[in-house]
Design a protein. Structure first.
Length: 511
């Protein structure tokens, strides 16, 4: 009998089918609300141009931009052209068919103009009826845009059929109540199957590779549990400060900005059970089960097992940088956290007793995201202390960004007459292991949304559970005076975060 969990043996073949690279966006229209904004210019248009260069956009495909900034069609087409590669005739054809509509998101006239433009494009493109609405607006506009689409009858397929979907950018709510209110408002107009909540971390190749690593390899899944894993560390570090986003960050903070979405998504993929198939429902069901097993911290646990901190002035990449409170649009007396470290626990058969340490922060020494699984020490080390003093427990590290790859730390004998054992690394880098260029995260996710593959998007119950885990921490910070620690810019965080993990006889990885 196999030692693999139920369902794991059948996954490798399904994995090969589930992530095929030959999918193309169907004929139709992508409508971008917030088309004059930074996200559209930096991410969405370049991602679409890259899809065109890879011949993954149908010839009968067009973009309609909607925003309050006054622009005409030609000005918008010039912006689209700038995002593409010279000589890409396919992108040029897409650009030539695309339109721009100026209007307020709460004005019915905006959606009437959009309906007219879509009806005309449907006729010009061959009555495809496929429409994907991308909300690259501020979160306060999400529900207004959805209501406007519903009032104009643009939330349902037209006479020619086709699929209608809406893509929502994060943050999805400011707390549990606002997330549920937004969810209820969206469901008044769109069905859950039409709603695609996007987190760009899920589009990264290494995040997706967690599935392949675990379920396509017989050597990892049998030891991916409490019998062999001592603890798990998840690090999301940024070397930059808040830059020009001080006003946004004052309302968000590190817990809302990173932990509630990015960290929880990576955590659920790391902890989930093997799905029955690699299709969307199987993966999303198991992610939800994993989040449901995370123990919600009590107020007392928040005080002892969660650290909040804010960066002081210091040096970052050789440059003197100001403290958070000296950044533009930041309150000089701000108590907003730019760093969070926490110890979480999971109440299920696989992970009971295994602590999960997470940390995220701005103005740390380098930009990186990684998941590290440290294994138990060998039950009896036969080597003398002098022979093995440089030997540490085995560790499997999944590097999500920027140097995407996987490394395994294990012990080996040092060449020579003496018997010395120390750590060595077995390393796989995506950059050198595969000839094919990995698609950028937004490129992958845009294509998935237009194709109708919800695997890498966040379901309603996932959002709810992530908020259920994080909101008690926010409440505990508000209800009692939890100290706000400080840390020098360019360091790995406050000493309180080191003490958090050292109390358990462990230490943070030094990437």
């Amino acid at each position: 009998m196999s030692d693999l969990p139920a369902g794991a043996e059948a996954l490798p073949n399904v994995l090969a089918e589930g992530f095929e690279t030959t999918r193309r966006a169907p004929p139709g229209v992508l409508v971008v609300f917030g088309a004059s904004g930074d996200l559209t210019a930096r991410k969405l248009l370049p991602a679409l141009a890259s899809l065109s260069r890879r011949r993954l956009l149908d010839p009968a495909f067009a973009v309609v931009g909607v925003a309050r900034t006054p622009l005409d069609d030609e000005s918008f087409r010039e912006q689209m052209s700038a995002a593409g590669a010279p000589g890409d005739t396919g992108w040029g054809e897409t650009v030539s068919k695309s339109r721009y509509i100026t209007g307020d998101y709460a004005d019915a006239a905006t959606f009437a103009s959009l309906k007219d433009a879509l009806d005309k494009l449907d006729t010009d493109l061959g009555r495809t009826g496929n429409r994907t609405y991308y909300l690259a607006t501020v979160p306060s506009m999400f529900e207004k845009v959805a209501d406007g689409l519903g009032a104009a009858g643009l939330n349902r397929a037209g006479p020619g059929g086709g699929a209608v979907r809406i893509v929502i950018e994060k943050p999805f709510g400011h707390d549990l109540a606002s997330a549920r209110a937004l969810d209820a408002g969206l469901h008044c107009t769109f069905d859950e199957e039409q709603i695609y909540r996007i987190d760009h971390y899920m589009g990264k190749e290494t995040v997706q590779n967690v599935l392949a690593l675990r379920f396509a390899n017989a050597i990892f899944e049998p030891v991916w549990n409490r019998r062999y894993i001592d603890h798990v560390q998840i690090t999301v570090a940024e070397s930059l400060g808040v830059e020009k986003r001080g006003g946004f960050y004052e309302r968000a903070g590190a817990l809302r900005d990173i932990v509630q979405n990015h960290v929880m998504q990576v955590l659920s993929l790391t902890l989930m059970e093997p799905p029955s198939s690699i299709e969307a429902q199987g993966i999303r069901d198991e992610k939800v089960k994993a989040l449901r097993s995370v123990v919600v911290p009590t107020p007392a646990q928040v005080v002892s097992e969660v650290v909040r901190a804010q960066y002081d002035s210091g040096w970052s990449e050789g440059v003197s940088v100001p403290a958070y409170r000296q950044e533009p649009d930041v309150d000089p007396r701000s108590n907003t956290e730019t760093y969070v470290a926490a110890k979480l626990s999971v109440d299920n058969w696989r992970w009971a007793g295994v602590p999960i340490y997470v940390r995220t922060g701005k103005r740390l020494p380098k930009r990186l995201t990684e998941v590290a699984l440290q294994f138990q020490r060998v039950p009896h080390l036969v080597f003398a202390v002098a022979e093995s003093q440089e030997l540490r427990p085995n560790a499997l590290v999944l590097r999500i960004q920027p140097d995407e790859g996987v490394s395994l730390r294990f012990g080996a004998k040092v060449p020579g007459q003496a018997f010395q054992v120390r750590d060595v690394l077995m390393d796989m880098s995506y950059g050198s292991s595969f000839l094919e260029e990995a698609p950028e995260a937004y490129e992958r996710l845009l294509l998935d949304a237009m194709v109708g593959d919800p695997t890498l998007f966040i379901r309603s119950d996932e959002v709810d559970l992530a908020w259920q885990i994080c909101e008690p921490i926010l409440h505990a910070w508000q209800d009692r005076p939890v100290p706000l620690a400080g840390y020098a810019a360019g360091s790995w965080g406050p000493r309180q975060a080191d003490q958090l993990i050292q109390r358990d006889g462990r230490q943070w990885r030094a990437p």
